[in-house]
Design a protein. Structure first.
Length: 209
């Protein structure tokens, strides 16, 4: 999705809309209103209409949205019609869980290779995915033309490994480490701090009714 006019908050909601539309289609639903979508995905209907408006006229007043047309549109917008190979860096507890996850909510994302320093893992096939030594990372990522990486290495290794990923040609990093990575402009980094998210949840439980 190469549209810099779309706010990041909108872009983050698009996969949510897309997944629910697939649920509707599987249930035989042919059309849906912004109000129905709002109740399902817990985003207010005005925000949904505004999000959709960035892409032109996707619905009709008084009719709503055609489910199949929306699915087809968002499949292209989210590159669901193209397979994206992803590299997993670090096959520890979290990395192993991500391998098992298999990204079942999307048929267009596949972890195609993994990298680790542990001798008992290197050279093995884990859940159908080959694990390479870290010293082969740059070469393999270049050979396989991978542009997206998931980073689950120890915090102290996060920045050095990131520097190598950039050298290998990686354009996007999903960062599961607590380190805020320094990258050149043009490299997209999505930070996923599970501890921070849990602490935020606990704070909201204690301070908001």
């Amino acid at each position: 999705m190469k549209n810099h006019g779309i706010p990041k908050a909108t872009a983050k909601r698009l996969p949510l809309y897309y997944r629910y539309l697939q649920v509707l289609q599987n249930a035989g639903k042919e059309k849906v209103s912004s109000t129905e979508l709002s109740e399902a995905v817990q985003v207010d209907s005005a925000t949904i209409r505004r999000d959709f408006s960035y892409f032109g006229e996707l619905g009709k007043r008084g009719y709503g949205y055609d489910v199949e047309k929306l699915i087809n549109f968002f499949a292209v917008t989210l590159n669901e019609d193209e397979l994206t190979n992803v590299a997993l860096i670090g096959v520890g507890n979290l990395g192993s869980a991500l391998l098992n996850y298999r990204f079942h909510q999307s048929n267009s994302i596949r972890v195609s290779c993994a990298f680790d320093v542990k001798e008992d893992l290197v050279g093995r096939i884990v859940d159908g995915i080959p694990v390479y030594p870290m010293e082969d990372m740059v070469e393999q990522i270049r050979l396989q033309q991978i542009e997206v990486a998931i980073l689950t290495v120890p915090a102290q290794n996060a920045q050095p490994v990131t520097d190598e990923l950039v050298k290998a040609g990686i354009k996007g990093i999903m960062n599961f480490t607590p380190i805020r990575l320094v990258t050149p402009s043009g490299i997209q980094v999505q930070n996923v701090d599970l501890t921070n998210e849990l602490q935020t949840l606990i704070y909201f439980l204690h301070h908001y009714d």
